[in-house]
Design a binder for this molecule. Structure first.
Ligand code: OAD
Length: 244
């Protein structure tokens, strides 16, 4: 499918894309925006849930205080997602697996849309909304897209929680370290649809650049990372990516 508008891409970026072998892609909520998934910042109706800002309802502190309320918020988000599908941005990124010899996709998204578009080996820094994990033994359970989610751990019978990173919590062991290692040896880094405000994810483009990579941002708005990028393509991911 041709992009709706021809993105304004420099000759330098085209040359880099043609020759790059090791490519790191960091995505955020903006890559799913055109699927209808609300972003966290910059508007959208997911920023507040029953009067609670998303960083309150989606926090480790709330999990300690009121696990059912946290589940209610994630059940709602899964309900919204059920009706949605990957968009042209997810599909373009999935096609890059065939295009670049060594592609690493690192996402902050928990929606699973990259995988549904066909991306494999996605590094999920913030977990996945379609999984639950035991609060005691940490066994991971799939949450089916249809029907009831599991209530208790199959192994030890204790309570389950969403297998996502909440505010105030650590990232899953190994995921960031793996992404960091890939960032430090990539030749090209794309930063797509993220405000670049949440660390340590936002440090990956900086690591890539200081290791010599060309860093390109794709976002309709300027972000906290724009000024450090080698190129900023202003536009929607679903319109820009198919043209790269
Ligand atoms: P944000 O909601 O902070 O930022 C979304 C970004 O997407 C903004 O910069 C928008 O301008 C951009 N955007 C909107 N529509 C777009 C489009 N069609 N194409 C490209 N970009 C578009 O989301 P994240 O940066 O992902 O963490 O937020 C990072 C983390 O903060 C999330 O993973 C989540 C949240 O707290 C946790 O839940 C742990």
């Amino acid at each position: 499918m041709q992009p709706a508008t021809t993105p304004n891409i420099s000759a330098e970026l085209r040359r880099r894309v043609e020759t790059a072998r090791r490519v790191l892609v960091l995505t955020g909520a903006g890559v799913s925006a055109e699927s209808g998934v609300p972003t966290f910042r910059g508007g959208g109706n997911s920023a507040v849930w029953k009067g609670l800002p998303f960083d309150v309802i989606s926090s480790g502190a709330m999990l300690e205080r009121n696990l059912p309320a946290v589940w209610e918020w994630f059940d709602y988000r899964r309900d919204v997602l059920r009706a949605l599908a990957p968009n042209a941005a997810h599909e373009a990124i999935a096609s890059w697996q065939e295009r670049f010899a060594d592609l690493t996709l690192v996402t902050q998204n928990v929606d699973g849309l990259h995988q549904r578009a066909g991306s494999r080996n996605v590094v999920e820094l913030h977990g996945n909304i379609w999984r639950a994990r035991c609060t005691v033994c940490r066994l991971v359970h799939e949450v089916p897209s249809e029907g009831e989610r599991p209530e208790a751990c199959d192994e030890c019978g204790n309570e389950l929680r969403p297998d996502v990173v909440l505010f105030g919590e650590m990232l899953p062991p190994g995921a960031f370290e793996f992404a960091l290692e890939r960032a430090a040896r990539c030749e090209m880094c794309f930063v797509i649809g993220t405000s670049g405000l949440v660390y340590p994810a936002a440090s990956l483009p900086e690591v890539a650049q200081s290791s010599g990579a060309f860093v390109c941002e794709i976002n309709p708005e300027r972000t906290a990372l724009s000024s450090m990028c080698d190129e900023v393509v202003v536009g929607k991911a679903g319109e820009v990516l198919p043209g790269i």
